[in-house]
Structures are given as structure tokens and as C-alpha cells.
Design a protein around this ligand. Structure first.
Ligand code: COA
Length: 278
């Protein structure tokens, strides 16, 4: 089961100021925070940690019946940038007991932040590996060049026929959907965004609603064990439409939420998962 959470800078007075709320960060995270000199990056990173850590705490509360302290676990990143969670807290990880070294927790986590809001998703990976991607995008106009450069012919065709009132929303949703797939694949924007095709139905869903995903034959899901460099090479070296239409097991969901910081504007949330469901 996927759990998710949206937070914004207004959810804690320290977040807007770019200060870590007391008790949020572990010692390793405080060190990382101190290394961010760019104020925007610092604020975004902090908001992402705030949202992800509160979500992980809520996950343990619902799944195991206890609230781990927010600073008792650390969100860190693999060399490809994908986040994962470690802890020395024996209540979270029995293997942490053995040598006092932080142990990787059985969680798939994805983080996104944009325009003062963050969206995170988490899922337990105890039973089997899970690929998870989450993305948040502000709905705003993006030029025709954007669609031309980053979208597949089929995506462009569908968007050209969309109701005019939904055009910005559907372009944003399609972009966000592609980013979520690329996060679930652990590739990010290292690869051509046209190696992933997402068809988002013309709607404005307030509840989770599905969209379809096709991967170019050469882009395959990888798990943490495969090195990111190998995965990126495999994707870029052979990535070419047309789409194989082969089963890949990814499901995509999307919905629209109001932007609490700028009333009248909206965000699109997209979620992509392989191996688990909402
Ligand atoms: C993943 C990516 C597409 C997200 O970009 P974005 O839309 O601007 O930003 P979002 O806020 O939606 O997502 C950012 C989060 O994605 C996550 N992320 C980064 N790389 C990722 C990857 N390869 N796979 C999955 N998630 C990734 C991180 O948690 C990051 O937030 P954080 O750095 O605060 O922890 C982009 O960062 C990317 O292409 N990264 C790979 C290339 C790169 O330069 N990596 C840096 C190596 S450390």
C-alpha cells in the first residue's frame, strides 16, 4: 500500500525561513543541511525532508503502531540521487542492532518539491522490491516548444485535441507523469523524456485517477542493486521509439490539488509504482 503526503511551507513557521524545525533532522542530515548554501535549494530540501519524515512516521504509526522520533532516522540518497532511509533505531531495524551502523530500512520513498509545496510517497518493501515515483508540478502555461521537444508524437497528438480549457493542466500532468516514471526507473532526466510515453485522459480529477504508461523497449526498471550508471547507459544507448508495448507492470495515478499558497492556482500530483498499489 502506498502512503502519500502533501505539505507546504505554511505548515511550520521554520520552514518558510529555511530553518530546520527542532527535532526534525538527524545529525547526518544537519550536516547535509549546513552544506546547502543556496537558500532556495536549502528551503526545498528542508521541505522535502519535513514532508517525507512526517510521512514515514505516519507510515510506522499505521503499520506498526508506534511513532518513531523524526530525528531517529535519516533520509539519504544513492549515487543516482534516489532517496532511501537508514536508521540505527532498533525499533525500526533489527539489523541495526548488530554493529551499531545505520541499516537501510525496507521502504521505497519518492520526494518532489515545487513552489513552496512538497509531495512524498512511501511504500513498504518487506515482501519484494518496489519501484516508486512521485512528482508535483504547478499548473502553468508551457510553450509549444516544450511539448515539441519533450513529448512523443502520440502525446503531442492527444494534447492537440484536448479541450482548450484543459490544455495547460494536461500538458503539466503529462510532464509530471513522465517525471514520475523516470523517478520510478531511478533515471531522472538523464535520459530522453520521449523514451517514456504517458497518456493522461482529458479530465480534472480531484481523486486519484489512472493514466497509461508505455516504455520504449530499451528502458527497463532497475532496482537499487543495479548500478545507476549501468541503467542510464542501457537507457540512452538504445532508447528509440516506437514503443514496444511490452508489459512493464507500472501503474500511474494523477489528481489535481489546490495551491494553498496562491489561491486560484493548482498543482498536479502524479504517482507511479511497480509492485504496489494505492
Ligand atoms: C529526478 C529529477 C528528474 C527530479 O527533478 P525535479 O522535477 O526538478 O525535482 P523534484 O522536486 O520533483 O524531485 C527532486 C527529488 O527527486 C529525487 N531524485 C533525484 N534523483 C533521482 C533519481 N535518479 N531517481 C529517483 N528520484 C530522484 C530526490 O529525492 C530529489 O529531492 P532531494 O534532492 O531534495 O532529495 C532530477 O533531479 C534528475 O533528473 N536527477 C537525475 C540527474 C542528476 O543530476 N542527479 C543528481 C545526482 S545526485
Amino acid at each position: 500500500m502506498i502512503r502519500w503526503l502533501v505539505q507546504s511551507v505554511v505548515d511550520h513557521p521554520d520552514l518558510a525561513a529555511g530553518r530546520p524545525p527542532a527535532g526534525l533532522l538527524s545529525p547526518a542530515e544537519l550536516e547535509r543541511y549546513a552544506g546547502y548554501l543556496n537558500p532556495k535549494r536549502r528551503r526545498d530540501w528542508l521541505l522535502g525532508r519535513w514532508t517525507a519524515k512526517r510521512l514515514i512516521q505516519a507510515h510506522y504509526a499505521a503499520a506498526e503502531g508506534f511513532h518513531p522520533a523524526l530525528d531517529s532516522f535519516t533520509i539519504t540518497q544513492d549515487s543516482d540521487g534516489a532517496p532511501y532511509v537508514v536508521s540505527c533505531n532498533p525499533a525500526l531495524s533489527s539489523s541495526a542492532l548488530e554493529d551499531d551502523a545505520p541499516a537501510r530500512l525496507p521502504l521505497a520513498l519518492s520526494i518532489s518539491h515545487s513552489h513552496g509545496s512538497a509531495f512524498c510517497a512511501v511504500c513498504c518493501t518487506n515482501a519484494h522490491p518496489i519501484n516508486l515515483g512521485a512528482d508535483l508540478e504547478l499548473v502553468e502555461p508551457r510553450g509549444a516548444g516544450f511539448v515539441h521537444d519533450y513529448f512523443t508524437a502520440e502525446e503531442r497528438h492527444a494534447l492537440a485535441g484536448a479541450p482548450p480549457g484543459l490544455a495547460d493542466l494536461l500538458v503539466t500532468a503529462t510532464w509530471s507523469a513522465k517525471e514520475s516514471v523516470l523517478k520510478a526507473l531511478r533515471l531522472g532526466l538523464r535520459v530522453d523524456t520521449r523514451t517514456v510515453q504517458c497518456m493522461v485522459p482529458p479530465a480534472q480529477p480531484r481523486m486519484w485517477s489512472t493514466f497509461s504508461i508505455d516504455l520504449c523497449g530499451a528502458v527497463q526498471p532497475v532496482h537499487a542493486e543495479t548500478t545507476p550508471a549501468e541503467a542510464a547507459y542501457a537507457a540512452t544507448a538504445h532508447a528509440e521509439p516506437p514503443y514496444a508495448g511490452m508489459p512493464h507492470g507500472f501503474t500511474g495515478w494523477w489528481r489535481v490539488v489546490d495551491n494553498r499558497l496562491r489561491p486560484g492556482t493548482q498543482f498536479v500530483l502524479t504517482l507511479v509504482a511497480q509492485g504496489c498499489t494505492l
